[in-house]
Unconditional design. Structure first.
Length: 413
């Protein structure tokens, strides 16, 4: 038998630590659970130093080493969990299997704790509330609705589909924005290196010639001198602007103003609107079809919209429904959602199939996002190429103009 050091939480909520003897780490965890202790960390003790001195690792280092639970981890878990529940396996057994086979160590630990919580008598939805960073409010509410309705496997399949589509939308919008930003950042670094390191070398060489320089060359040299003299100020201004925008965006008023500007921007505004509509309709349709009350579903949709303008519009719709109105009427009044969306939701309300209509609208707008991202990329690519050619190519040509002039003079002489 080996000795294992552990940290855990007793049934009373008290933190416990100590050692336990077992054949393996799994056996040690099992023994701790028999002792009514939910283990948070279990490690084998490997020597005299380790046996006598047990210094716990700081919590922030533990979190860094464990890593983060990603959307992919959650989707795989949800899909497999739904299949197991549908096959008739008990909930605790399903959680035990998932906790042992999850590839992400952080997720394994979370699932193990969730299993212990369910085993102690809590509902699955209540157990998920321990990890709001992994299982958001939408996930927890849908699981709660599935448990109450006895359709947990169906709800989990819907959740997996929703997460996959939501992740695809997120990746599309990130890809559309990151490509030009990354290209411009790289271009800026290249230009800065040219002005700070390459141009001064040419300046020294041209000074030895003693002749006057062409206007473009002189302009580049003057710009290089200015940048060398004010480099720290430039870096400070850029950093200051970044933190200023970040501070403004972290305030409710500032976030609303910036989100409003983004939605009305000429290039990305239409794309962001389509993404917001697709996300709202997909989330709302999934929650209504899963049995979540409409007011609660709208509140969650608003909080998870990712845009303050959309959130404010959805909350107005929620207030309107609380007063006895339909969804489509206050939705039209917000002026945020396209007329077609409002009309289709109105038809869905009239026919009693609003969840089906919302999912159809989401499918349509997700296809629209695909097309918009493709069009945006094809439009931005040539613009970036022209920009890089003009800026970097212009710098290179400006520095070689005196050499071309000298070569032609020598050839003419």
């Amino acid at each position: 038998m080996a000795t294992f050091a552990y940290e855990g939480r007793a049934a009373s909520g008290e933190t416990r630590s100590g050692t336990v003897e077992a054949d393996s780490i799994e056996a040690a965890r099992s023994r701790l659970r028999q002792m009514q202790i939910s283990p948070t960390s279990v490690a084998k003790k490997g020597g005299m130093m380790n046996a006598e001195i047990n210094v716990p690792m700081p919590k922030f280092l533990q979190e860094m080493m464990k890593g983060k639970v990603g959307t992919k981890d959650l989707v795989i878990f949800t899909r497999q969990f739904a299949t197991m529940i549908d096959s008739g396996l008990p909930l605790v057994q399903c959680l035990d299997i998932q906790a042992k086979q999850a590839p992400n160590p952080a997720f394994r630990e979370e699932l193990s704790t969730i299993k212990d919580t369910v085993e102690s008598g809590a509902t699955f939805a209540d157990a998920l509330r321990k990890y709001p960073g992994t299982f958001d409010e939408l996930y927890r509410n849908m699981v709660a609705a599935g448990e109450v309705g006895g359709i947990l496997d169906t709800i989990l399949n819907r959740l997996a589909l929703y997460l996959e589509k939501a992740d695809k939308l997120k990746r599309q919008i990130k890809g559309a924005m990151m490509y030009p930003i990354a290209t411009l950042v790289v271009a800026g670094i290249v230009v800065a290196v040219l002005l700070l390191k390459v141009v001064p070398t040419f300046e020294t060489m041209f000074a030895e010639f003693g002749s006057s320089l062409p206007a473009p060359t002189q302009f580049v040299i003057d710009m290089s001198k200015w940048m060398q003299s004010n480099f720290l100020y430039i870096v400070g201004i850029i950093a200051g602007l970044y933190f200023l925008v970040k501070t403004i965006y972290n305030s409710p008023t500032g976030k609303f103003a910036i989100d409003n500007i983004m939605l009305k921007s000429p290039v990305f505004g239409e794309l962001l609107t389509r993404v917001a509509v697709a996300r709202f309709c997909r989330t709302m349709g999934t929650m209504i079809s899963s049995g979540v009350p409409i007011l609660e579903a709208l509140e969650i949709c608003g909080r998870t919209a990712g845009n303050k303008v959309i959130e404010k519009a959805v909350m107005k719709v929620r207030d309107g429904i609380a007063e006895g109105r339909t969804i489509s009427e206050p939705l039209t009044e917000t002026g945020v959602f396209p007329e077609m969306v409002c009309q289709m939701i109105h038809v869905g309300e009239a026919t009693g199939a609003i969840d089906v209509m919302l999912n159809k609208v989401a499918d349509f707008y997700e296809e629209e996002v695909d097309q918009a991202v493709e069009n945006l990329t094809s439009m931005i690519e040539p613009m970036i190429m022209v920009f890089l050619g003009v800026v970097i190519g212009g710098l290179v040509i400006a520095m070689y103009l005196p050499i071309f002039s000298m070569a032609s003079s020598i050839g003419g002489g």
